[in-house]
Design a protein around this ligand. Structure first.
Ligand code: FAD
Ligand code: SF4
Length: 456
């Protein structure tokens, strides 16, 4: 019997979508959802679940979808993830559950992320009705990204009073200030956060823990345990000549100014960003792809994405790469910047690059890029965005006595996510995570560990 064909996610026309910030993937219709869900074989030993970092009962929620039981689907999802509408949109499913799906062997794996998104959106207006028996114990969470929201959400459901402290003026972490609206609408994030607030979660903004209050102050304030989820927000710079020239941004600043401070809407918002016409973005991850696609939307004539390896080695999701190309981003592979050249106003005017070739695999298993001597050339650019990666946020660890970190700046934790300070736990990018789902998985594990710790 011939298997029905995989149903692709409907997308907006690149020529239209590249001029606005609206969502690129428009979501399955009910018919498309059903057609895709019915392809699932409901395996007795589902490989997809094994491939999911938080082990969602994938055939379970798909079965509910087929039966039209959207609340049931949501209940199955919520056993393992507090933010399914977010995960359905941004998780790298192609390297996780979808890759492990038995049908992926023929290139026709189930589109689990698209189905998860459908399930979450179908019940977005329905509140979580959970009976919570309060225990009167206070727990503080530092950072309101996916790790903090997940840990806080789980502790709340276990009966704890949870207060999240966030240094910025809005909550959500990278989900709000990093990932652009066209991939993850803020409305979707707001709905998920509002649901947590209705369950009793308090979020205190504009509070930098370490400076405004220390970890010790939080204990004095009566918190019995603290979960630290401050993420990785310290940009990596290439360390080459000219990197301090004007109009060279790190991707974090570029994206924060646009996503959080609405720089595209100047003068209604007073934090403008320089809008170059010939933009070079350096890097090959999701941050590079988001920056390049954002630059297109800000009206650049040309956006070149410069990456030192080949496209095969790029960490960015395949879909994001395809979307970027469709929207006009030019991929310049096997190329590395060696110098930024400025004009008389100390603004960047060109990037001197060198061609690279791939050598033996390095520690990451990817082939190592080596310089091709004498292959230097310049690319004209009136703006550059550096998206070379992010180091762990150093502020809190550097201001907290007794909190041990490793040589990469990650907070050291034991198997229960406890740090070197008793009662202080940590998770997410600050301990070495690098995806939304890994941050959430750690948040869940830490919530259980905090509950065990406080019950002793
Ligand atoms: P964060 O999301 O970084 O949240 C940390 C929060 O803590 C922030 O709100 C910060 O302001 C706050 N904070 C920091 N210091 C303090 C302090 N001292 N006191 C109080 N608050 C503090 N992953 C995917 O899975 N899929 C993607 O498509 C994807 N795209 C990405 C695109 C971009 C541009 C970036 C930057 C990352 C992307 N990632 C993606 C990675 C993913 O977003 C992160 O792995 C994830 O957000 C980490 O979650 P977290 O909760 O540990 O930290
Ligand atoms: Fe369905 Fe694929 Fe999971 Fe089997 S492995 S249950 S076909 S999603």
């Amino acid at each position: 019997m011939q298997m029905p064909q995989k149903v692709n996610m409907p997308e907006r026309d690149p020529q239209i979508r590249k001029k606005d910030f609206d969502q690129v993937n428009t979501g399955y219709s009910k018919e498309e959802m059903r057609a895709e869900a019915k392809r699932c074989l409901q395996c007795k030993t589902p490989m997809c679940t094994k491939g999911c970092p938080v082990e969602i009962d994938i055939p379970g929620f798909i079965k509910c979808l087929i039966e039209g039981n959207y609340l049931g689907a949501m209940k199955v999802l919520k056993q393992k993830t507090n933010l399914p509408a977010v995960c359905g949109r941004v998780c790298p499913q192609e390297n996780q559950c979808e890759k492990s799906c038995i049908l992926a062997r023929n290139g026709e794996g189930i589109s689990i992320g698209n189905l998860e998104r459908y399930a979450a959106d179908a019940v977005e207006n329905i509140e979580d009705h959970i009976e919570i028996k309060k225990n009167g114990i206070n727990v503080a969470v530092v950072g309101s990204g996916p790790a903090g929201l997940t840990c806080g959400g789980d502790l709340l459901k276990l009966g704890y009073n949870v207060i999240i402290y966030e240094s910025l003026h809005d909550s959500g972490g990278v989900l709000r200030y990093g990932i652009p609206e066209f991939r993850l609408p803020k409305k979707v994030l707001n709905i998920e956060i509002e649901k947590l607030k209705k369950l009793g979660m308090k979020i205190i903004l504009n509070t930098l823990i370490g400076r405004t209050k220390t970890i010790q102050d939080l204990f004095y304030d009566g918190f019995k345990a603290i979960f630290v989820a401050v993420g990785a927000g310290l940009p990596v710079f290439p360390g080459i000549s000219g990197e301090n020239l004007n109009h060279i941004y790190c991707a974090n600043e570029f994206l924060v100014r646009i996503n959080l401070m609405k720089a595209f809407d100047f003068p209604n918002y007073d934090t403008p960003v320089y809008s170059g016409k010939n933009i070079v973005v350096i890097g090959g991850g999701n941050t590079a792809m988001d920056s390049a696609r954002m630059a297109i939307r800000l009206g650049a004539n040309s956006v070149k994405l410069v990456y030192r390896r080949s496209e095969e080695e790029m960490p960015a999701r395949l879909e994001e790469r395809r979307h970027a190309k469709e929207e006009g981003v030019e991929f310049v592979m096997l190329t590395n910047p060696i110098k930024f050249i400025g004009n008389e106003k100390k603004a960047v005017k060109a990037v001197e690059c060198i061609k690279m070739e791939l050598g033996e695999p390095d520690k990451s298993g990817r082939r190592c890029p080596c310089r091709t001597e004498g292959s230097n050339y310049t690319i004209d650019a009136d703006m550059v965005v550096l998206a070379l990666g992010l180091h762990p946020n150093p502020i809190l660890p550097s201001l907290t006595e007794g909190l041990n970190i490793n040589s990469h700046g990650h907070i050291i934790i034991d198997e229960s996510h406890m740090t070197s300070i008793p009662g202080v736990f940590a998770g997410g990018d600050i301990v070495g995570g690098d995806t939304v789902i890994s941050a959430m998985g750690m948040g869940k594990k830490a919530a259980k560990a905090i509950d065990n710790y406080l019950r002793k």
